[in-house]
Ligand binder design. Structure first.
Ligand SMILES: Cc1ncc(COP(=O)(O)O)c(C=O)c1O
Length: 461
């Protein structure tokens, strides 16, 4: 047998060994050790590992950069719904990758020798995205969609019988409240008329009426395009009910809206990969404050979810960030590569620039909507989301009258989602590469198509 084949078999057999060559950290062990060995089983000193990493980085920098092109993707209509959104080529192609980030998975030890240069910085970059420098804050990235964030909140941060106050600006608050009830948590919803948001004095009154363990707010409700005032709400909670945790559903806002996790003293922001971050769907992403982690640790009862339990995920996330191999449940490595690329693109400039690109596109869309004589669901400018616009259709025109013709023109919008008015409006998402890549005609084309589509449906502006 060749020495190479022998060494391969030795590696594989170590997984069946009670004393594996790559010590594996699980939620039940927190050794946080990762030993690297060469083909002969000799330990590679950390200094050597660093030298190899530096060499790989040097070679990468020498490689010729491909010429700039708008998109290498097959021609397709522009996906301009409020998520999922269009992808940047580099984000998409970073998924076509056979390997695991070396630190993510026990089986990664099979690949460890070939990929010492792999650079996995997703969790650290999430801290930058959320603007938190507090070492007690904890990012989580778990396979799943945004909904898994709700489950994590409801099963880790509150206990059965606890009371939570859910601020309602559309469909997604109903679902978050339903999620709480699923875990035996009592959710009281504070509702606003469609297109509006609960006012601060109403929230204050509600907080004074009952002791709530948590207040939740949808930063942008994707069903209505209503924006909530997170900073003011957080200040209100600190003043009126300082023990209440402030939890933000940022699934439709992270990336496109300003969020300052530390400055605004937030306890948790739940989001997902497929909207303002510009990555394919499939990752539940969260940032959690040190205070909320302490609240989790002080629970009297077990977390009420197994897959979503932070008892399982907290040590894993801490290990990943410390670059130690760990396993609780199989992650989605190709999505993590895509997220890594998307975050590096966003953070290649100050985050304020990314927000500003969204603002500019949003103003253009909202002006075009007004010029067409149409109304938004969110009637007050301060209530209007930046990454999407929910637009009332003219009297007598319904989504099926315009969406198919928009598709023929090469743009995809979404229909209404709020059950009381679903047939009366459409939703236009303007997030990510469609607004940040100046070579993409997506937004201009969508505005033109909307004008033409409405005219064809019989509307005269
Ligand atoms: C505001 C908001 N919250 C939660 C969700 C649920 O996320 P997902 O569909 O990724 O599970 C969505 C989905 O669009 C959303 O827009």
């Amino acid at each position: 047998m060749s020495s190479r084949a022998g060494s391969r078999i030795k590696q594989i057999s170590t997984h069946l060994n009670s004393n594996p060559f790559l010590e594996l950290n699980t939620p039940f062990s927190t050794e946080r050790s990762a030993r690297l060995e060469d083909d002969k089983g000799n330990r590679i000193p950390a200094k050597k590992v660093q030298e190899v990493k530096t060499k790989v980085a040097e070679v990468r920098n020498l490689a010729p950069k491909p010429p700039k092109k708008m998109s290498n993707q097959a021609p397709h209509p522009a996906l301009l719904i409020p998520g999922p959104i269009e992808f940047d080529d580099a984000v998409l192609s970073s998924m076509s990758h056979y390997r695991y980030p070396i630190l993510l998975h026990p089986f990664a030890s099979f690949h460890i020798h070939g990929h010492l240069g792999t650079d996995f910085e997703v969790l650290g970059n999430l801290r930058k995205l959320f603007l938190t420098s507090d070492p007690a804050s904890q990012p989580f990235v778990i396979s799943g969609s945004g909904t898994l964030g709700w489950d994590q909140v409801a099963s880790n941060l509150v206990e059965p019988g606890d009371e939570v106050l859910v601020l309602h600006t559309g469909y997604f608050a109903d679902s978050f409240a339903d999620c709480f009830e699923t875990y035996g948590v009592k959710a009281t919803q504070l509702k606003a008329p469609i297109g509006d948001r609960p006012q601060l004095d109403e929230v204050e009154k509600a907080l004074k009426e009952k002791e709530y363990k948590m207040l939740t707010v949808t930063h942008v409700d994707t069903s209505t395009g209503v924006l909530s005032e997170i900073q003011a709400l957080s200040e209100l909670v600190q003043r009126v009910s300082p023990d209440t945790l402030v939890v933000v559903d940022g699934v439709c806002s992270v990336g496109s809206e300003e969020i300052r996790f530390d400055d605004w003293k937030l306890d948790a922001v739940v989001t997902a990969s497929q909207k303002g971050i510009g990555c394919p769907a499939g990752l539940s992403i969260m940032m959690v404050s040190g205070r909320a982690i302490e609240r989790f640790k002080a629970r009297k009862t077990r977390p009420t979810s197994y897959f979503g339990s932070w008892k399982n995920w907290l040590p894993i996330m801490q290990n990943y960030e410390a670059k130690k191999a760990s396993y609780f449940a199989t992650p989605s490595p190709q999505l993590i590569h895509a997220l890594d690329t998307a975050l590096k693109q966003i953070l290649s400039r100050p985050i304020e620039d990314y927000w500003a690109a969204h603002k500019t596109a949003s103003q253009k869309v909202k002006k075009a909507v007004a010029d067409l004589g149409l109304r938004q669901l969110a009637s007050k400018p301060e209530n209007q989301a930046t990454g999407m616009t929910a637009i009332y259709l003219p009297e007598g025109i319904t989504p099926p009258d315009v969406l198919p013709s928009l598709l023929k023109k090469g743009v995809i919008f979404a229909g209404g989602l709020h059950k009381e008015i679903a047939t009366k409006y459409i939703r236009f998402g303007h997030m990510g590469v469609s607004v940040t890549d100046p070579d993409r005609p997506d937004i201009t084309k969508a505005i033109e198509s909307l004008k033409e589509g409405l005219t064809e449906a019989g509307y005269k502006a």
